[in-house]
Design a protein around this ligand. Structure first.
Ligand SMILES: Nc1ncnc2c1ncn2[C@@H]1O[C@H](COP(=O)(O)OP(=O)(O)O)[C@@H](O)[C@H]1O
Ligand SMILES: Nc1ccn([C@H]2C[C@H](O)[C@@H](COP(=O)(O)OP(=O)(O)O)O2)c(=O)n1
Length: 318
């Protein structure tokens, strides 16, 4: 036994030990809206004992600040917004998730997804940063170079803090998701993932999220995904859910087509902006999860990370 352990130790490259000891393994997850970045990143972070940072929520806080101050996107107000971001305190807290059925996995497989709380100057804005008003404005605010510069500073300092936060990160490293993490924020990330799914699959997932929140609110049941964090529903979110989703659209709520249009507009703005547009980093691994279970995408990324850290794969038999 001891002999086997020592031979494993001998075979483990020095760089892997350095990474494990220095706690500096970074996983960048980029992709279009509603491709599953944040729920996947949170589950991967919990599996690996890493810290997690949802960079989209920082841009959403910037947008909320702009809305609150009445600053107009595209009307010369961006300098002010960058100033507001610089003087604000933004914190992202993760609370370990319980084992619950994964989204997209009906009946089989269970995986834990932590809840996330976003604090803006100490105020819990987790829900407020996901309103339709913020959705509409966020891509325009995120297109501004001075806003991006201010957010970049926050992203890097939160990542530094997450790596040393014992409660969130027990075995080193950080997972960050967004649009430009692998290309701009952490171009040297040890693992880069580009998560994608068909436009219709993504719109249906968002619609399902919305409708489950509506029915939970009506029933007085607290959302299983935590405060606006985007996962944990036990429901069928496959492409085949399309027709039933359309049929079930409650009066006054956006249809799947409305959501698809909103996602498309935001993707267009994110892909075509001048500063740090959404791009697939040349060294990123592309995962299209249109027909993949949530569990499979988490296990795939966890094992890729383990391999690169010099650790044995964990989920070959699952
Ligand atoms: N492979 C998958 N199959 C079905 N639903 C998924 C899958 N991956 C993620 N989801 C669900 O899709 C929705 C959007 O995911 P989210 O992580 O919020 O995306 P993003 O951060 O890219 O906007 C969530 O409800 C999530 O649970
Ligand atoms: N690294 C990032 C993260 C988000 N953004 C921008 C672009 C997105 O439209 C908004 C919101 O991002 P968020 O990840 O919260 O959006 P979705 O959850 O995918 O709908 O922020 C960005 O420009 N760069």
């Amino acid at each position: 036994m001891l002999g086997r352990a020592s031979s494993v130790l001998r075979r483990t490259p020095a760089s892997a030990w350095r990474r494990l000891l220095r706690r500096d393994f970074t996983i960048a997850i980029d992709g279009p809206a509603a491709s599953g970045k944040s729920s996947t990143a949170r589950a991967v972070a919990q599996e690996l004992g890493f810290g997690y940072i949802d960079s989209g929520s920082i841009y959403r806080c910037a947008t909320l600040l702009a809305l609150r101050k009445g600053a107009e996107a595209g009307a010369g107000g961006h300098e002010d917004i960058a100033g507001l971001v610089k003087s604000a305190s933004i914190d992202i807290r993760t609370r370990p998730g319980l084992q619950r059925p994964a989204p997209g996995v009906t009946g089989t497989g269970r995986i834990a997804v932590p809840d996330v709380q976003v604090l803006l100057d100490g105020e819990d804005v987790t829900r407020e940063i996901r309103t339709p008003e913020v959705n509409r404005l966020v891509a325009a605010i995120a297109g501004d170079s001075s806003v991006r510069e201010a957010v970049l500073h926050i992203q890097r300092s939160l990542a530094g803090a997450a790596e040393t936060m014992p409660a969130a990160a027990t075995s080193g490293g950080v997972v960050m998701d967004g649009r430009d993490i692998g290309t701009t924020v952490f171009p040297d990330a040890e693992l880069k993932i580009y998560l994608d799914a068909s436009a219709m699959a993504r719109a249906i997932r968002r619609w399902d999220e919305m409708s489950s929140q509506v029915s939970e609110a009506k029933a007085g049941v607290p959302s299983p995904r935590g405060a606006g964090s985007g996962c944990g529903q036990d429901q069928d979110q496959s492409e085949s859910g399309s027709e039933s989703a359309v049929d079930r659209t409650p009066a006054g709520y956006p249809s799947v087509e409305d959501i698809a249009r909103e996602l498309e507009q935001r993707d267009y703005a994110d892909i075509n902006r001048k500063h740090s547009p959404l791009r697939i980093a040349p060294d990123a691994i592309v995962i299209d999860n249109t027909s993949m279970t949530f569990e499979r995408q988490v296990y795939t990324i966890v094992d890729l990370a383990r391999e690169r850290m010099g650790l044995p794969r964990k989920y070959d038999d699952v």
